[in-house]
Design a protein around this ligand. Structure first.
Ligand code: NAP
Ligand code: G4F
Length: 347
């Protein structure tokens, strides 16, 4: 049985990847950061008590800002594959928390690479996937591919570029099997509620059922290449099954504006968005990434990877999920419970 270690296991991608790897008979271990409230909601359905011999998901406390914890978990688990997904992954928030973002995203990756190098030196084979981002392309014109030069536009993106080059450097210097995935935006019902797609589908569903009145957004003209997270985690795995460690763009090859996403979601819910959407400059970024559209031909050619879910199907999946969730909120409201929008912070 293969063992995988996933950092960022409690995030959107971590949850899809865990489920996928368990389906492939892996034993899955995850790095769990300490939180004062439960942060395992996305993987609870996969979790069994560790005393149960059929448990396939094991969580270990650790944090990317604490190198000793990363090293200890790696030594304890002895994985065949590592998926480094942990990040402060919100671009707007990275302008508020630039040092912390760099510590987790850039230096955190370096800490992991140092631990991996020592582990590999003791003769144990190991493969590492690094979660790179299309944000690294920033203002480089589309379509962006593996040969497009990076021009990052946020502390988050600069940190991802540093992590990318740390990985290339450790691959070349120490002959380690490390792949950088350069993934374009991917979404799902598990997407964090402060990313624009989920913010839109949640808010429109709640507006439809009278749970809120308005949706406040920033730049509606930015264009993104949006795919389904469930498709993208398969590309991560395929990279690590390949004969050769390399870097790959993972994208759909199509691009839509935030406005087009909003129009599609509103039409599926039959909501007149022009009456309820307002622009709030707090959601604008000091520097924006205007146009992302990936060229995934290398991943298709070399890994046999292709996205399955279309833009329209992705919106429908998210709308359906959030409409169901809003209906449950209505039930709670009718039973006298509070159903305020969760999360006091803006993003
Ligand atoms: P996400 O939902 O924001 O999840 C991030 C994960 O990292 C969570 O499990 C989070 O833990 C964990 N984390 C944050 N800080 C940490 C720390 N200091 N130590 C340990 N763990 C920490 O992100 P995602 O959408 O799944 O994305 C996965 C990775 O792919 C990220 O690296 C992201 O930057 C990158 N990426 C994402 C996309 C996309 O469109 N989704 C595209 C390109 C690249 P908590 O649950 O406790 O917060
Ligand atoms: O949904 P977003 O916050 O995602 P963004 O910035 O593209 O970053 C995501 O994708 C990256 C891959 O390209 C990942 F690396 C990163 O970790 C993250 O998962 O914003 C998308 C667009 C932006 O142009 C933003 O300015 O939507 C625009 N937008 C407009 N109004 C908004 C809002 N974004 C957010 N979060 N909230 C708004 O109200």
């Amino acid at each position: 049985m293969k063992k995988a270690l996933i950092t960022g296991i409690t995030g959107q991608d971590g949850s899809y990847l865990s489920s996928f790897l368990i389906g492939k008979q892996y034993e899955v271990h995850g790095l769990l950061r300490r939180s004062s409230s439960f942060n395992t909601g996305r993987v609870d359905h996969l979790y069994k008590d560790t005393h149960d011999p059929s448990a396939k998901l094991i969580l270990h406390y650790g944090d990317m800002t604490d190198g000793s914890s990363v090293r200890k978990v790696l030594q304890e688990v002895q994985p065949d594959e590592i998926y480094n997904l942990a990040a402060q992954s919100h671009v707007r928030v990275s302008f508020e928390l630039p040092e912390y973002t760099a510590d987790v995203v850039a230096t955190g990756t370096l800490r992991l690479l140092e631990a991996v190098q020592d582990y590999a030196n003791s003769g144990r084979p190991i493969r590492l996937y690094q979660a790179g981002s299309s944000e690294m392309f920033g203002s480089a014109p589309p379509p962006q591919s593996e040969t497009t030069p990076f021009h990052p536009r946020s502390p988050y993106a600069v940190s991802k570029v540093a992590a990318h080059w740390y990985c290339v450097n450790y691959r070349e210097a120490y002959n380690l099997f490390i792949c950088n995935g350069i993934l374009f935006n991917h979404e799902s019902p598990h997407r964090g509620e402060t990313f624009v797609t989920r913010k839109i589908t949640r808010a429109l569903a709640r507006i439809k059922l009278g749970l809120q009145n308005h949706l406040y957004l920033g730049n509606m003209e930015a264009r993104r290449d949006w795919g389904f997270a469930g498709d993208y985690i398969e590309a991560m795995w395929l990279m690590l099954q390949s004969d050769k460690a390399d870097d790959y763009v993972v994208a759909t090859g199509e691009s839509y504006s935030v406005r087009e996403f909003l129009e599609e979601a509103a039409s599926q819910l039959d909501v007149d968005w022009e009456k309820v959407v307002k622009i709030d400059s707090r959601y604008l970024r000091p520097a924006e990434v205007d146009f992302l559209q990936g060229d995934p031909s290398k991943a298709e050619r070399e890994l046999g990877w292709k996205p399955r879910v279309s833009f329209r199907e992705l919106v429908a999946m998210m709308v359906e999920h959030d409409f169901e969730q809003a209906k449950q909120e209505c039930t709670l409201r009718d039973a006298g419970h509070s159903v305020a929008v969760r999360g006091a912070a803006y993003a």
